[in-house]
Design a protein around this ligand. Structure first.
Ligand code: ATP
Length: 242
């Protein structure tokens, strides 16, 4: 489905699923603009008219929610591969859910669980890609360095991008279901944003500092502290460079 404006493509699909509508895995909703685009923890995602791509897709995992760990990393790899192959754009991935180019945020990923039954879980996978943001408005709405595809690759065909995104996500998700995250570990790590760099991981007031070693075979973030490697996971964590 294609909308010209909506609150949030993820919210729309989540509502439809929670009202009992049966939507097949792979069903996609895109919108030209979102009035209430969301990031993690209720943060706002700036997605004004025709300036960004708001893409959401329904998916089902046979293995239940435990298997969903690492899913946002797999989607990050799917987006990165697409941008590399189709637009010769080398991007970096920031654990757990962001796509960067030249140190600035180009796209974000938001995965939400809509329900579980019979050991399976139903998810909505959201991807927001900046296409050509209005700089002044963006400066007021985004609290960190950002970039867009117009800067990185120039003008592009949005319809083609949507079709390729759907294909790339589907292909990676099917592979993920067969192999689990381990098969994607190296693909994530070779694109990680802070390889061997000093970083800090924050959770509310709590701050953990260390050297970033990418992710382990389960998709946990690995930090080295005083020669010891520790693995972290959990939705509330945010990674930043020191
Ligand atoms: P984390 O590292 O925890 O993911 P984050 O700041 O990247 O932190 P997200 O929830 O992924 O958090 O995204 C929301 C944040 O992204 C907002 O707080 C805002 O600073 C920034 N943001 C909002 N819209 C955009 C956009 N179109 N492009 C780039 N960044 C954006």
């Amino acid at each position: 489905d294609v909308l010209s404006i909506t609150d949030s493509t993820n919210s729309q699909l989540m509502q439809r699923l929670q009202q009992g509508e049966s939507l097949p895995a792979g069903q996609v909703l895109v919108s030209e603009a979102q009035t209430a685009g969301r990031g993690r923890h209720g943060r706002q995602w700036f997605s004004p008219f025709a300036a960004s791509l708001s893409f959401s897709m329904v998916w089902q995992l046979e293995q239940g929610i435990q298997a969903a760990m690492g899913l946002s990393l797999v989607i990050g790899v799917a987006v990165a591969e697409l941008l590399e192959n189709d637009y010769q754009l080398a991007v970096q991935l920031k654990w757990p859910n962001d796509v960067y180019w030249t140190g600035k945020k180009l796209a974000g990923i938001l995965i939400e669980l809509s329900g579980q039954s019979d050991g399976r879980c139903q998810l909505v996978i959201g991807i927001g890609i900046n296409v050509q943001l209005p700089p002044q408005q963006a400066a007021q709405s985004i609290s960190q360095p950002w970039t867009d595809l117009a800067t990185a690759v120039g003008t592009l065909d949005r319809n083609r991008l949507v079709a390729r995104l759907q294909a790339s996500c589907t292909r990676h998700l099917e592979r993920f279901e067969q192999t689990g995250f381990a098969a994607f570990q190296a693909e994530f790590n070779r694109r990680q944003l802070y390889p061997q760099q000093a970083v800090r991981l924050t959770q509310g007031q709590q701050v953990i500092r260390g050297i970033c070693h990418g992710v382990d075979a389960q998709g946990n973030l690995v930090l080295e502290q005083q020669g010891k490697k520790l693995a972290f996971h959990g939705g509330e964590l945010s990674l930043r460079a020191e």
